[in-house]
Design a binder for this molecule. Sequence first.
Ligand code: ADP
Ligand code: NA
Length: 334
Amino acid sequence: QFTPRVFSGIQPSGGLTLGNYLGAMKRFVDMQDEGSFQTVYCMVDLHAITAKFQDPATLRHNTRELAAGFIAAGIDPAKSILINQSQVPEHAQLAWIFNCVARMGWMGRMTQWKDKAGKNAEAASLGLFAYPALMAADILIYHATHVPVGEDQKQHLELTRDIATKFNHDYGVDFFPLTEPVIEGAATRVMSLRDGSKKMSKSDPSDASRINLTDDADAIAKKIRKAKTDPDALPSEVEGLKDRPEARNLVNIYAALNDQTVEQVLADVGGQQFGSFKPLLAELAVAKMSPISTRMAELMADTAEIDRILAHGATQAREITAPILKKTYEIVGM
Ligand code: ADP
Ligand code: NA
């Protein structure tokens, strides 16, 4: 009944890392190229202003930089629909309808709301509270059947399904699909290069803890050489990485970059010391990542071209979203 379609978004909140690439963008590219889904990828700028005030020029810059990152990572605007959320007004329009379907209690139970609003919910924006209804609209305005999600977004996807179910039930229709999660493998959680217990993140104060998508070849190689490890040799079995978070992280990164399983990597490098494994990883990371940073820089030198790509994406997107919003309004009695 529903066209197989994937939707996913990333906030243009500035700074992209190897974690974003391996945990999100590379998966998006794989789904695009695999060909069984129509793919829609989105810079969610409306979400980016929910948590805190964003300087307008910085938000605009970050949105273009994220678009450049998507394209440099392999999102092809001829194969995927690539958009900036605010340029497709049906997202926000459907979100209003969903604000009236979702219940306060549902939103209040979201762990991300509790984490982000903290103890001072009175001072949080109404948008932060309603964020999951906008996310549901992002997905359902495309009748998306599948969403690639990390652990931290699973609860929001459940809520998306609850909203679809309640809408369909309240209006006696079978209009919105129950979107399925596509869960990522454990190997795609990239940890800090300085502390294997922390997620690699743009918000880590130590730049050495992460590989940025804007890092050049020298910076990438240097960060890998300096990555924290332990004195033992690499094991040849996965069990040998237990309680060795830094070692496991570097092997995971190698496997993900090289489209291999951890087992395959260990079959090749088991027994080696980090003194010989790190140069291999550095070489691989430079080979895979430095073309991305070079391409991003080229794209950022011509922001008019990025804007043109996003305008084109918005036009394509609205061919899907406008009829779905129109039908939604009809169902609701508008
Ligand atoms: P958002 O608030 O949009 O989730 P993030 O920058 O935290 O912003 O993440 C964007 C995407 O990148 C998400 O899909 C997230 O799961 C993924 N991601 C971010 N950091 C990592 C990491 N260290 N390992 C794996 N995936 C990551
Ligand atoms: Na996140």
